[in-house]
Design a protein around this ligand. Sequence first.
Ligand code: SAM
Length: 128
Amino acid sequence: MDLSSIQPLENVQFIQGDITQAETIVRIKDLMNSRRADLVLSDMSPDISGCYSVDQARSAWLCECALRVVDQILKQGGHFICKIFEGEDTIKFIEKVKHRFIVVKTFSPEASRKSSSEVYIIAKSFKK
Ligand SMILES: C[S@@+](CC[C@H](N)C(=O)[O-])C[C@H]1O[C@@H](n2cnc3c(N)ncnc32)[C@H](O)[C@@H]1O
């Protein structure tokens, strides 16, 4: 799902919506039709304002919303990958993730290491 539309892709079901809205999560659940997901992956990032503390807080809020999706659709033992802008909210968010998963690590891909302060949280084995 994304705020923006995409070109249709084979074998991909896409929802255009805002993850901060509860109705979008309902739409995701409807699409899952009572099935549980193996993986929830969020590459979301906010529109950049230029003020890092604002952008970081918005990024953390998108991650919180992605974690709501995890709580509603991920199967036990499933995995979660989530991009976050590093900052004061990161530690608190990682703590929330650690409550839910057996293994939690952060990873900074080579491609984004020099130009940005985004990191990926990789969480394995959802405890439910
Ligand atoms: C770095 S892009 C990644 C897009 C896609 N994963 C890709 O690789 O092309 C970040 C995406 O987050 C989306 N986004 C930002 N805020 C959102 C929100 N509230 N709900 C859903 N998507 C959002 C943006 O529309 C943007 O497409």
